[in-house]
Design a protein around this ligand. Structure first.
Ligand code: NAG
Ligand code: NAG
Length: 358
């Protein structure tokens, strides 16, 4: 009994310490450059995780009209203007306008191609095999890079962001995604900033793998400083591909800023801690302080489910109502598209014969 009480006390002290060290970090760096530091906003995180969850839905008609089962709650009223399905590479993303955030929101789906187990095992072996263009010494993995840069996803997104901004004026841009979708979100945020001179780009990812080396992380954090990388407890994926601290130049390296979610406590005395980590990207006291052994911690962030309804399926479900907003390229890749602020009015009961392309 005594031992148990001491343990609870120790945990409680650790909890207070975790709280105060998180706060200290923020304050310590704040005077240096207030504009260059991402401020972690819990409310915003709980909203964005719902977008990262919704993009997994496979009924395109429900997604496009924002009526899917994950399309309510904190994301109510969202207006999708572009929904991209790269069938060839099994990727899915959308762009829309969240008026309550005064922002364009871009969300990428995580991998859907294999079982999650296989995908995670493959992550271990990813090589740093591509020089990031225009950034000397910056190396990334070609697969993550190409998923964003070398598919139908990128042109669809850039075009939609432009349409949204032409119509609504200068909205902020928030890019989000879970797992592999987080990797794509990071490349997208960087692309918008570097190649399209976008201002006010914010990136928030959930359970994202490492995507590049230390040089890449350093460029990235200077160019897209407003980035939060949320990791959950023992989630395996943020530990991959591996980081070897004794081999700093050749190893993968996370960019900042991690926010690590974890539980402390015992029995019914469990506290949820959200720890804002240091500016290195590889804070040894955050997720790196535990072993990444959990897949279930990968699939649920803030109580929100982050996975597809079925694995091994890139299939799409779509009723004819929304077909008329769609276009398909020669390889079968698909996009649904509409002008900002235009209600989805012309719903017909029969499939359009393809004459009406938006
Ligand atoms: C956090 O984000 C929410 C949602 O965007 C916003 O309403 C709130 O003002 C933000 N809080 C701070 C302290 O910036
Ligand atoms: C882009 O994809 C094509 C076909 O998948 C491939 O041949 C090409 O090498 C890729 N480009 C880069 C830069 O990897």
């Amino acid at each position: 009994m005594e031992r148990r009480r001491r343990l609870i006390l120790a945990i409680f002290v650790a909890f207070l310490f975790a709280l105060s060290s998180a706060r200290e970090l923020k304050v310590k760096h704040r005077p240096k450059d207030i504009n260059n530091l991402p401020i972690y906003n819990h409310t915003l995180a709980t909203i964005l995780v719902e977008y990262a969850s919704a993009v997994y839905m496979s009924d395109l008609s429900e997604l496009f009209t924002w009526t899917c089962s994950r399309c309510d709650d904190l994301t109510e009223g969202f207006e999708i203007i572009e929904l991209i399905v790269d069938i060839q590479h099994c990727l899915q993303a959308f762009v829309g306008v969240a008026k309550n955030l005064n922002a364009v929101v871009i969300a990428f789906r995580g991998t859907q191609e294999h079982s999650i187990q296989n995908w995670v095992e493959d992550l271990f072996w990813k090589q740093l095999d591509l020089n990031y263009p225009g950034m000397p010494d910056a190396m990334v993995h070609h697969g993550f890079y190409n998923a964003y840069h070398n598919t139908t996803v990128r042109p669809g997104i850039l075009n939609a962001v432009k349409r949204a901004q032409d119509y609504y004026g200068d909205l902020d841009i928030i890019v989000t995604g879970h797992s592999m979708g987080g990797a794509m979100a990071a490349f997208c945020g960087l692309d918008l900033t570097v190649n399209h001179k976008a201002k006010n780009v914010m990136v928030m990812t959930f359970g994202q793998p490492r995507i590049g080396n230390a040089a890449f992380a350093s460029y990235y954090s200077q160019l897209v400083p407003n980035t939060i990388r949320v990791t959950n407890d023992h989630d395996m994926v943020p530990h991959l591909p591996p980081y070897y601290s004794y081999f700093p130049q050749k190893t993968y390296h996370h960019f900042p800023r991690e926010v690590w979610l974890y539980n402390i406590g015992l029995g019914s005395l469990v506290y949820r801690v959200e720890k804002v980590c240091d500016v290195t990207g590889e804070d040894p006291t955050c997720s790196r302080s535990v072993s990444g052994t959990s897949i279930s911690d990968h699939l649920n962030y803030y109580g929100v489910e982050l996975m597809g309804e079925t694995w091994r399926s890139c299939g799409i479900v779509m009723d004819p109502l929304v077909k008329e907003y769609g276009k398909t390229d020669l390889k079968g890749n698909f996009a649904l598209s509409k002008e900002p602020a235009m209600p989805i009015l012309k719903l017909k009961t029969e499939a359009n014969d393809g004459g009406s392309r938006v």
